[in-house]
Design a protein around this ligand. Structure first.
Ligand code: PGA
Length: 224
């Protein structure tokens, strides 16, 4: 199984979400011959669009899973402005934890990330835990580790597939993690190079997930 996990970050409005799905559905329905069997395609949408995304995925019967980009470190209760794991579980299968933008702009440290991991597990969400190197501590129960070197995110300069492979190998060896994906300037022209590496089980594209035709190209270029 290979993962393509699109991270929309804080992008799109309601109309743009609808039009992304209209276009993605057109591409998908015109290319039903493409074998998606060994792919898990996930979209990480802003909280507020998760209900809309869920209903569009089911309306069009698309082979897409849904995830959130963050979650509350607390349970249900008096935590103004937070969205907790049980609320997310109504809409999502996955949740992203510890993205470098959360660590940088929202000062999320290992303690808070651990609380988020525990909350995600209580609601049976699959966790995608981001690290910027092979040294960062990874909680034991993570489903997927995303290796994302900070300098490669949103810059158009990706880590070389060889180096990404080496970091993925070390993460698997040292932290007994089964699934490692790579993120940082993944595009239709480099996706196959990452997925061809022995220890890289998927990719986490940000910018390349925003346009449905580019996202579709990621899917079709998996083996190219
Ligand atoms: P990028 O973002 O593909 O735009 O570099 C990746 C990420 O931050 O997850």
């Amino acid at each position: 199984m290979k993962y393509i996990i699109g991270n929309w970050k804080s992008n799109k409005n309601q109309n743009e979400v609808s039009s992304w799905f209209d276009q993605f559905n057109n591409l998908y329905s015109q290319n039903k011959n493409i074998d998606l069997n060994n792919l898990e395609i996930v979209l990480l949408a802003p909280f507020i669009y998760l209900p809309q995304v869920k209903s569009l995925v089911s309306q069009y019967n698309l082979p897409l899973k849904i995830g959130a980009q963050n979650l509350s470190p607390f349970q249900m209760g008096a935590y103004t402005g937070e969205v907790n794991s049980f609320q997310l579980a109504d809409f999502c299968d996955y949740v992203l934890i510890g993205h470098s933008e959360r660590r940088k702009y929202f000062h999320e440290d290992n303690d808070i990330l651990m609380k988020k991991v525990i909350e995600a597990e209580k609601a049976h969400l699959k966790t995608i835990y981001c690290v910027g190197d092979a040294k960062t501590n990874i909680p034991d129960t993570i489903s997927i580790v995303a290796y994302e070197p900070v300098w490669a995110i949103g810059t158009g300069t990706a880590e070389t597939p060889d180096k990404a492979q080496e970091v993925a190998r070390i993460i698997k060896e040292k932290q007994s993690v089964k699934t490692v994906i790579y993120g940082g300037s993944v595009s239709p022209s480099n996706i196959a190079l990452y997925l061809g590496q022995e220890d890289i089980d998927g990719v986490l594209p940000g910018g390349a997930s925003l346009d449905p035709s580019i996202f579709w190209q990621l899917v079709t270029n998996v083996h190219s």
